[in-house]
Design a protein around this ligand. Structure first.
Ligand SMILES: NC(=O)c1ccc[n+]([C@@H]2O[C@H](COP(=O)([O-])OP(=O)(O)OC[C@H]3O[C@@H](n4cnc5c(N)ncnc54)[C@H](OP(=O)(O)O)[C@@H]3O)[C@@H](O)[C@H]2O)c1
Length: 316
């Protein structure tokens, strides 16, 4: 797989968790919104991206991809999608609830019926935000159903993690077997300069031949220098210095940090516009030196602190 894929969370619904570097237009009609989404998919494709991550929780994202894949008709495109989160805001930008989690067999079967339209490009099917408390990793009926999907359609089963206990969830997940084989072989987790907790699993991921997909490489935009997070000033200063050195944006430095930490992983761009995507892709034009990686690594913060800050970000 190649290094950078496109996450579609920001193109499938009008608002999303971020700190809004580019103000969204609130008067966009649904057809216009779709057109813009298709435009970003095309832009990604023309710049060499062949991996796309979606979810029913991302509003129109799956339906945009289904429409677009039919036009493209390219077997080299790989899609990962998820089940377990429902988009409920109905494109109302004033909605207070945007998504609802439901890790039940009924939800899996219902969402699979739609997501399977992504076949044959659909390669990875993930539990969206697996946690220990929803009980999904202990639910034998669900695990067997996922195993059956894996066998019937020859796709990889994976899961995504979010929150301060990502490592705990991943350690538990790699050990789960159904019919004497690991059920999960793809893991999508948050990793970035500030949240490096999954680094301790590097060996395990390598030894189990698992695919790692890195999300939130920009910490939802927090890694791009801004005036909201004064406590990250030291990091912003160093990122800006590196950005100047390599003649790229701070976003490219943050994404390159992920690529150089996990060279075999796919790092997702969460760009919400073609301009942002272009800037993110500059991460492919250079490599960070060892001492630069070491200095950037020092800006990690405790996972609880990271996730507390993340939980205070608004949908906008
Ligand atoms: N639980 C899960 O499974 C889960 C959770 C989260 C994400 N994901 C996946 O991971 C993908 C990426 O995650 P993410 O979007 O949450 O996080 P991210 O990549 O850390 O942040 C993306 C945000 O950064 C800002 N940005 C990007 N490039 C920029 C640039 N050049 N200049 C200024 N701002 C820029 C944009 O914010 P603005 O819109 O404010 O400009 C964009 O929405 C998602 O699309 C999704 O596929 C999965």
């Amino acid at each position: 797989m190649e290094n950078i894929g496109l996450g579609t969370a920001a193109i499938g619904r009008p608002i999303y968790i971020n700190i809004r570097h580019e103000k969204p237009r609130v008067d966009v009609s649904l057809p216009e919104f779709r057109k813009n989404g298709i435009g970003i998919l095309d832009h990604a494709y023309s710049h060499g991206i062949r991996f796309f991550d979606a979810s029913p929780g991302y509003g129109l994202a799956e339906s945009l991809l289904i429409e677009w894949l039919r036009q493209k008709n390219d077997p080299d495109i790989s899609v990962a999608t998820k089940w377990g989160l429902n988009y409920v805001a109905d494109f109302n930008i004033n909605a207070t609830v945007h998504e609802i989690k439901e890790h039940s067999l009924e939800k899996l079967n219902e969402q699979w019926e739609f997501s399977r339209k992504l076949l044959p490009n659909l390669k990875i099917y993930q539990i969206h935000s697996a946690t220990l408390d929803t009980g999904v990793l202990d639910n034998k009926v669900i695990l067997h159903r996922l195993h059956q999907i894996k066998k019937d359609y020859n796709i990889i089963i994976g899961l995504t993690t979010t929150g301060a206990n990502q490592v705990e969830v991943l350690k538990r997940a790699v050990d789960i077997e159904i019919e004497n084989e690991p059920i999960f072989s793809s893991f999508q987790s948050t990793y970035n300069i500030m949240e490096q907790s999954i680094l301790e699993l590097k060996e395990i991921l390598l030894n189990t031949n698992s695919q790692l997909i890195i999300k939130e490489s920009l910490a939802n935009g927090r890694l791009i220098p801004n005036t909201t997070f004064k406590e990250h000033y030291g990091l912003y200063k160093y990122i800006t210095k590196l950005a100047d050195k390599y003649n790229v944006g701070a976003d490219a430095i943050a994404i390159r940090f992920c690529i150089d930490s996990f060279p075999d992983a796919v790092s997702l761009s969460g760009a919400s516009s073609a301009n942002q995507l272009q800037s993110n892709l500059a991460a492919k034009t250079f490599k960070l030196q060892e001492d630069e990686m070491r200095l950037l690594s020092r800006y990690k913060i405790a996972p609880t602190m990271y996730w507390n800050e993340r939980n205070q970000l608004s949908w906008q």
